[in-house]
Design a protein around this ligand. Structure first.
Ligand code: SF4
Length: 467
């Protein structure tokens, strides 16, 4: 194993402060950095020696021999489950990175339903109230090509359910609902059997469209409530927890294990084929290159390496370290060459940022002459990441296509959800616009259908009584 680089910022909030120095010996589970504001503890994921403490990371030279044992976390009261979650340094493992100890610090039994916006909830009465409070388990694994979340349900369902029950206990939620795509038949069946005798845990099946894993989309799909871009799930008496996070909570409570490993999918232009390589419990801080080598190594010339998913991931390098929130490492085929043609960008809240889309246009050798935004992509405050008003329900895209035409675009690159990509296709090609989706190079690499015309129903039949 090469040097392990543990970033001091792996969560929403401020970077952590290192509490070790060069030359210190560390074990798996030695606390090496603590929050300096909103954040989560960081632990060494290996046995070794601290090589360097830099402004943004701690570099550790791992010992050749690595033992399985880890240093258990310690709290004043071992029965205080929330304290264990906080101490373990758990964050939203689905990519969001919000500190879980902060998220679960809510009493849902005493949380009132917030006032709903009637404009986006036309079918609900003004005084609508949810009778129950909920832990919603995000098992959507919505980024195409990733498989580690579903693998965890298939292989560690009991651990995930234990974690969910701890979340219910900590927050005083009286119900839990797993949100999972219907297409994952094997995992749904395993889950169905596992919750058959659980009076308060049910399953909600999701359609195979993007985005279903966005927090407010999970609330809408499971509870029928549309939240505004400013409202948190607590406005609907619920907390959304990624399923890998739930498993980490079970580890913290049952084994006193700190958050030092990550599950992820490596996939793409890899020697041996484009099937998914799922790695469970990879030490945080291992390099992207090392994982690609473990998967088989890069197969010839490639376009780029993405850390994360095709929609929301970012391009990365071989020496970059994985963090508590890394879900995917995708090696793509080469980009098509647009030979300097005029390109328009249609930016969405659930796809790449404008900066990421400009990067893709540049890698395709296109000249960006126009940038439009899906009208449901809202900037809550200047510079903040975009949020979608109604994730996955298209507000119409003809106006944007007309603007691209006016700006003399030959090509457009879109980052939209399934529904909006469908709408772009209803008018764009008729206007003579040639459409690329920002995920095309990934979809072609992994053999997934391109995001263009929607062929999947937005509704799926549910299991009787959610079981
Ligand atoms: S409606 Fe618009 S902003 Fe929302 S997910 Fe779809 S494309 Fe993105």
């Amino acid at each position: 194993m090469g040097n392990v680089q543990i970033l001091l910022r792996q969560h929403v909030g401020a970077p952590c402060q290192a509490i070790v120095k060069a030359g210190d010996e560390v074990k798996k589970g030695t606390k090496i950095a603590v929050p300096a504001g909103l954040g989560a503890n960081i632990f060494s994921s290996v046995y070794g020696v601290v090589e360097e403490v830099l402004e943004d990371r701690i570099v550790i030279r791992p010992d050749e021999e690595q033992k399985d044992e880890f240093v258990p976390i310690e709290v004043a009261d071992e029965n205080d489950k929330l304290a264990l979650v906080k101490e373990a340094g758990i964050v939203g493992m689905g990519g969001a990175g919000f500190p879980t100890g902060v998220k679960l610090g809510i009493n849902l039994a005493e949380t009132e339903m917030a006032e709903l916006d009637p404009e986006i909830n036309p079918e609900l009465p003004a005084d609508f109230k949810l009778e129950h409070s909920y832990i919603l388990i995000n098992a959507a694994e919505c980024e195409p090509g990733l498989e580690h979340n579903i693998r965890q349900i298939e292989e560690q369902c009991d651990k995930v359910i234990r974690g969910v029950k701890y979340c219910m206990e900590i927050t005083h939620a009286d119900k839990a609902v797993f949100a999972i795509k219907k297409k994952n038949e094997k995992a749904v069946e395993i889950l169905r059997k596992a919750v058959a005798d659980e009076a308060d845990i049910t399953i909600h099946l999701l359609p195979d469209i993007y985005p279903m894993g966005e927090e407010r989309a999970v609330v809408r799909e499971c509870l029928g409530v549309n939240l505004t871009t400013m409202q948190l799930p607590s406005a609907a008496r619920s907390v959304v927890v990624n399923l890998e996070t739930a498993a980490k909570i079970a580890e913290a409570v049952d084994e006193k294990k700190p958050c030092i490993t990550k599950n992820l999918t490596v996939r793409g232009k890899i020697n041996g084929g484009n099937a998914a390589h799922v790695f469970m419990d990879v030490p945080v801080g291992v390099s992207v290159g090392e994982l690609i080598e473990r998967a088989g190594g890069i197969d010839g010339v490639y376009g780029e390496i993405i850390m994360g998913g095709a929609f929301t991931g970012k391009s990365t390098e071989l020496d970059a370290p994985i963090t508590k929130t890394t879900g995917g490492i995708l090696v793509t085929i080469e980009f098509p060459d647009l030979h300097g043609a005029n390109v328009g960008l249609l930016v969405c809240a659930c796809g790449g940022s404008e900066e990421r889309m400009r990067e893709i246009a540049q890698k395709m050798n296109g000249k960006v002459v126009s940038v439009c935004r899906c009208k449901q992509a809202i900037e809550n405050k200047p510079g903040a990441p975009l949020k979608c008003l109604r994730p996955g329900n298209c507000p119409g895209q003809v106006k944007n296509n007309m603007q691209f035409k006016k700006d003399k675009c030959e090509y457009i690159i879109i980052g939209n959800c399934s529904d909006c990509s469908n709408t772009v296709m209803a008018s764009g090609p008729k206007m003579g616009l040639k459409v690329f989706h920002q995920t095309d190079h990934v979809m072609r690499t992994v053999g997934h259908a391109l995001y263009r015309t929607l062929r999947v129903s937005k509704q799926v039949d549910q299991l009787p009584d959610g079981k």
